[in-house]
Design a protein around this ligand. Structure first.
Ligand code: ADP
Ligand code: MG
Length: 257
């Protein structure tokens, strides 16, 4: 896969709602961390979520695959409500890929094993097929030559690309990225963003929490701005960056741009 980070997003946006949050609320004790969240992400869409630290972005990501329960409201994935537990939950989780700031690779497993484990254990794919897919995906993220190494032998940028390959191996309907480049040394940020930009262009449905405004401008179909647990503003990247509607967003942008 060759990344052209300057190209416009080409993924067609069809009308199928893939992730739908309706009136979602969540508290941590007294703290009302998600307030009346309504958000629809369509198949093939790339939604970038930005906002100040503590505004609820990570919690939002975690509720979508039930790493965090919600107090009320509904979340559906491809029309299916989130099950409470059991086999339905495992299946739903495998439909929703997650890529975290801290990579979260299995340190005692090789790169290749990290990518084959989920498909074999959860998707019940046979080992040779999982192996073939893993090699193809490692090629796609540009690290097939590292397949037999352990995570600690890789740079942060390489580890994060393994984490992306691992998410892709589950053949998810949507991938959530929670600040995927925030823990990286600056010189490694771009290699990860390039992989994400390519995925976006290939039509992967993505929800991306990031402070990388260049990526947001280039790859997002829509920017969602959160503050204090609310979605304050939702707009095209062009509109959002040139003409933010809310005072809160203007203030945030003036601090980071
Ligand atoms: P963001 O990702 O936008 O920085 P988070 O979703 O991580 O924000 O956090 C939103 C708020 O919820 C913050 O005030 C944070 O301290 C609080 N919070 C997050 N996780 C927990 C938790 N497990 N228990 C209690 N409070 C939490
Ligand atoms: Mg966060």
């Amino acid at each position: 896969m060759t990344a052209d980070p300057n190209a416009e997003p080409a993924a067609p946006v069809d009308a199928r709602p893939l992730v739908v949050l309706t009136d979602v609320n969540k508290h941590f004790g007294e703290l009302h961390v998600l307030r009346d969240i309504n958000l629809t992400v369509h198949s093939g869409e790339v939604v970038v979520v930005i906002g100040p630290s503590g505004s609820g972005k990570s919690t939002l990501c975690r509720t979508v695959n039930r790493l965090e329960p919600i107090d009320n409201g509904t979340i559906t994935i491809d029309g299916q409500p989130l099950p409470e537990e059991g086999r339905g939950l495992a299946r739903l989780r495998s439909d929703v890929g997650m890529v975290f700031q801290s990579f979260n690779l299995f340190s005692h497993k090789t790169v290749l094993e990290n990518v084959t484990l989920g498909p074999v254990k959860v998707r019940k794919v046979n080992k040779s097929e999982a192996h073939e897919t893993a090699i193809r995906l490692l090629e796609r993220v540009g690290i097939a030559d590292q397949a037999d190494k352990y995570p600690a032998q890789l740079s942060g940028g390489q580890q994060q690309r393994v984490a992306i390959a691992r998410a892709l191996a589950m053949n998810p309907k949507v991938i959530m990225f929670d600040e995927p480049t925030s823990a990286l040394d600056p010189e490694m940020v771009q290699e990860v963003l390039d992989v994400m930009t390519s995925l976006a262009r290939e039509g992967m449905t993505m929800i991306v929490v990031t402070h990388e405004m260049g990526f947001a401008r280039r790859a997002a179909d829509r920017v969602v701005f959160m503050a204090d647990g609310r979605i304050v503003e939702e707009n095209t990247p062009d509109e959002f960056f040139t003409n933010p509607a809310s005072e809160r967003a203007r203030d945030f942008l003036s601090k980071i741009l």
